[in-house]
Design a protein around this ligand. Structure first.
Ligand SMILES: *Cc1c(COP(=O)(O)O)cnc(C)c1O
Length: 405
């Protein structure tokens, strides 16, 4: 017998992707001859590039030799990686971020889920709707989201910022001021991006109101348009209000290798001068024992000339899929969004079908798996997400099947 943290019991239903997996395995058990194509989950399929593989091999060899063996990593990350990130992702883009403001971790999911721990229990959070589920669920676990309304799918103490075709998937600045604002650009799930001018408005708003922005830039490497910022620190004043979360998962295929980082500038402070930087370092020191040495060496290799060229090619491969999906569905009469600065295509379901009805329809009639938009929040109802992370051959086959429906 044990007693639970009651806040965990408030989480509604099962995780979106478990529900999808169950439906797909039931369908495939009944239809063993059908070839199912999965364009649902946001996971990469291309193997790690050779610069990364070489770095992994050589780091593994170092571990076999007593002279170069490494035990625990520094819990905030090795300097060689923090300095490489500071130079390539920030200084070279004109952003004022120092190596000791970069906290290396095992990925963006844990960082984006854990960062809320630093904030007071009565912190008001604002999220886009639809949204990457981690932001809301971790705040539910922390007991600050109020009560859940199963009819509307909304939490009473969360500020929702709807993103639909009507506002071009760009949320308006909230009238009721949040303490913590989660923004994700380029966006998962809608594939939308933000211009530098539009992001500057969020930074100004946060500084004026004393809010903190958690900026999830996991898809930064997919940006193709020049007026789209790669980092929130391209905006003036972001050092006093914004935390940025990055990942090697989508830009270099590390979903199974695990590496990410969070930037916490030293200028984000409470009234009495306590810094978010010092608290996040304290939290890391207590709960995290560092990302593996071999994986940090692999991450460093992503920034080598060879690594940059190879990962650029992988991204181009996925974005070529995105283009095929976007144009194929458009020619078939669908309303489609995203796919330009992000590997996600967000489409309006035809004939006012619900997101789940369209999921079933697509699975049964085309044997294609996507993700129902409503799974990301109530404003995602009537939308559907396809990802560009499949193989080109499967992507073409899937879209050609959908076009024939
Ligand atoms: C995939 C994804 C992540 C997770 O990245 P990991 O580094 O693999 O944990 C974080 N944020 C968003 C929006 C994502 O889509």
């Amino acid at each position: 017998m044990f007693r639970v943290n009651e806040d965990y019991l408030k989480l509604p239903g099962s995780y979106l992707f478990s529900t999808i997996a169950k439906k797909v395995s039931a369908f495939s058990a009944e239809n063993p001859d059908k070839k199912i194509i999965r364009l649902g989950i946001g996971d990469v399929t291309q193997p790690l590039c050779s610069a990364v593989i070489k770095a992994l091999h050589s780091a593994v060899d170092e571990m076999a030799d007593a002279a170069t063996f490494r035990g625990y990593s520094p819990d905030l990350g090795y300097d060689f990686l923090r300095e490489t990130i500071a130079k390539n992702d920030y200084k070279d883009r004109g952003c004022d971020i120092a190596a000791d403001e970069i906290f290396v971790s095992d990925g963006a999911k844990s960082d984006s889920g854990n960062i809320q721990e630093i904030f007071s229990k009565d912190t008001r959070v604002a999220v886009c709707d639809p949204v990457y589920p981690v932001y809301v669920d971790t705040n539910v676990m922390a007991g600050r989201t109020g009560t859940y309304d199963s009819t509307t799918g909304l939490w009473s103490n969360v500020i929702y910022m709807p993103c639909t075709a009507e506002n071009d998937f760009s949320p308006e600045l909230p009238k009721e001021v949040p303490d913590l604002i989660y923004l994700c650009y380029p966006n998962n799930p809608t594939g939308a991006s933000i211009t530098k001018d539009a992001l500057q408005k969020w930074v100004d708003y946060a500084n004026k109101n004393g809010s903190v922005i958690v900026y999830d830039a996991a898809y930064e490497a997919y940006i193709s348009e020049p007026d789209v910022p790669h980092s929130i620190y391209e905006c003036e004043g972001a050092r006093t209000c914004a935390v940025e979360i990055r990942s090697f998962s989508k830009n270099a295929g590390f979903t199974g290798t695990r590496l990410g980082f969070t930037v916490v500038p030293k200028d984000i402070k409470t009234e009495d001068g306590t810094t978010l930087h010092q608290l996040w370092a304290r939290r890391h020191g207590t709960k995290f024992n560092g990302a593996p040495y071999i994986v940090q060496r692999a991450g460093e290799a992503v920034y080598s000339a060879e690594g940059k060229a190879e990962t650029k090619q992988q991204i181009a491969y996925y974005m070529n899929n995105a283009k095929y999906i976007f144009e194929g569905l458009k020619s078939a009469g669908y309303s489609v969004y995203g796919g330009v600065n992000a590997p996600y295509i967000w489409l309006k379901t035809p004939d006012n079908m619900t997101s789940w009805d369209f999921f079933d329809f697509l699975l049964e009639k085309a044997n294609v798996v996507g993700t129902p938009g409503s799974g990301f929040g109530p404003s995602g109802e009537g939308y559907f997400r396809l990802t560009a992370f499949g193989s080109y051959e499967n992507t073409v086959e899937a879209i050609d099947r959908i076009k024939k429906l």
